[in-house]
Design a protein around this ligand. Structure first.
Ligand SMILES: Cc1cc2nc3c(=O)[nH]c(=O)nc-3n(C[C@H](O)[C@H](O)[C@H](O)COP(=O)(O)OP(=O)(O)OC[C@H]3O[C@@H](n4cnc5c(N)ncnc54)[C@H](O)[C@@H]3O)c2cc1C
Length: 446
């Protein structure tokens, strides 16, 4: 097929957001009698699932301290549930296991989950938390835990398989997906709207652009002429000037090469995804040396796709100037942003801290490149908004593999139906001081 020179809707990025938007937009246009998938072109500089969506751990949860995030995640979980097979979705549930410093905040999450009808069990107190955990895993031994939030929905999905499932849905709705096409710039009309997208394969005229470029968002943001630094009105009402719009965090993930069935529950079922935060001192499982005496956290799940028990720990902020950070080659191919022996030592010791079955398993950690970087906004929460009149930016601040439903809401907004769920994620929140509450969790994404 010839390279297209025009399309009504041009979507940049074939990850979770680009493809979910493509599929839902195609359905919206058809239902409204306003067009079809043939009006939509997705371009990607590499191909389907080449970015963060293709390497994500794949955890899907509701547990967020921010009410707006929780509502949005509940909507996305319903999209995952709409076709578990196509999305390679495993609805095993999710557990947030926390220390006293997080107890009160997690209690508010549990209360609000009840309000929005998101099924969960909340266990409080050290003794009850331990016996609840032991009713699932008889070898549970984590210290410093005083609450357990057990979400009955959510779980995880297989990264590449789910994105390919989405691509199939978009393509069967008539959408064209073109790999090997890198967007290099935007030509605007005299109103400031984008009329042509320039790529390394040729120019494409379009009526509307949708950007879902994950870790590469800063490059597109700069091409659109949007600000590299912004002013934020803080909670104290003061203006904080010159705050970088984008920062990078390095995600720390890996796999313990054991039989995934090792992590079955007492009754032989596949377990929920576990997320454990604690302020108990962590010592090495190898030589008992101190690893940390500060608040720390890990998450893990058995995963046949990764070939073991896979998960991660707290990410770290990339210190380099965001303009200088080398995103490519991305993910496991990066020479800079893959996990090292420090991560293996910490994560494997933390697994052993939580469950006896992982003691002495550190040598089985898979010494293969893993992890990757994510692009975060100035307040670490997503920006879903329109810019330059006809450009819709989906910048999930690295929260987003689980957010498969955002594409449905964005497609609705493009067709003129404003989404209440997306309102709290507008760019104007920074200047207006309408910031999301922050939690005591050691993770920037909770
Ligand atoms: C190691 C790791 C683990 C994670 N685990 C989880 C998790 O368990 N749960 C969760 O919810 N989230 C997780 N995330 C976050 C999640 O993966 C991302 O938030 C999400 O996948 C971003 O999706 P996206 O569609 O915006 O971008 P991506 O999936 O990154 O897709 C962007 C695409 O844009 C293309 N592109 C970039 N620039 C251009 C250009 N100039 N021209 C054309 N194409 C371009 C890229 O090739 C890429 O394919 C994780 C992230 C990482 C890095």
């Amino acid at each position: 097929m010839a390279f297209p020179t025009a399309t009504r809707y041009l979507i940049v990025g074939a990850g979770i957001h680009g493809l979910s938007t493509a599929w839902h937009l195609a359905e919206e246009l058809r239902r409204a009698g306003r067009g079809s998938g043939q009006d939509i072109l997705v371009v990607d500089k590499s191909g389907i699932a080449a970015g963060a969506s293709g390497i994500a751990c794949g955890v899907i949860r509701n547990n967020y301290f921010q009410p707006a995030m929780r509502k949005l995640m509940a909507h996305s979980v319903s999209v995952w549930e709409s076709d578990p097979q196509a999305f390679s979705y495993h609805p095993v549930g999710y557990m947030q296991i926390s220390p006293e410093v997080m107890h009160e905040q997690v209690a508010t999450i549990a209360a609000q989950q009840k309000e929005i009808g998101y099924e969960s069990i909340f266990v409080e107190g050290e003794k009850d938390s331990k016996s609840y955990m032991r009713s699932l895993f008889e070898d549970w031994q984590a210290q410093g835990i005083t609450s357990v939030l057990h979400e009955k929905k959510g779980g995880y999905a297989n990264n590449q398989a789910s994105i390919r499932g989405l691509a199939r849905k978009a393509e069967s709705a008539g959408v064209r997906i073109l790999g090997g096409v890198r967007v290099t710039g935007f030509v605007k009309d005299n109103r400031g709207a984008v009329k042509t997208v320039t790529t390394d394969q040729g120019d494409i005229a379009c009526e509307c652009v949708i950007v879902g470029t994950g870790p590469w968002i800063k490059q597109i943001w700069d091409m659109l002429g949007l600000p590299a630094a912004i002013t934020i009105k803080g909670r104290d009402g003061k203006l904080h000037e010159n705050v970088p719009m984008w920062t990078f965090w390095s995600l720390q993930e890996g796999t313990l090469g054991v039989d995934p069935k090792l992590q079955r529950t007492n009754d032989g079922s596949m377990p929920p995804v576990l997320h454990v935060d604690t302020d108990a001192t962590l010592y090495s499982d190898i030589d008992r040396s101190l690893i940390t005496d500060r608040l720390w956290g890990i998450y893990y799940k058995p995963d046949f796709h990764f070939g073991g028990v896979q998960g991660g720990a707290m990410p770290f902020k990339v210190k380099a100037d965001p303009a200088q950070v080398k995103i490519d080659p991305y993910g496991p191919a990066s020479p800079d942003f893959v996990v090292g022996e420090d991560f293996a030592r910490m994560w494997c010791s933390a697994l052993a801290f939580c469950q006896k079955r992982f003691e002495g398993k550190h040598p089985q950690f898979k010494r293969e490149p893993s992890g990757g970087i994510g692009s975060f906004t100035a307040d670490n929460f997503p920006v879903f908004d329109r810019f330059c009149d006809n450009v819709y930016v989906i910048a999930d601040s690295n929260h987003g593999y689980k957010m498969i439903g955002v594409g449905a809401l964005v497609a609705g907004e493009i067709c003129g139906r404003q989404s209440e769920l997306l309102q709290p994620f507008r760019f104007s929140r920074f200047a207006e001081g309408k910031l999301h509450p922050t939690s005591n969790s050691p993770f920037p994404w909770s």
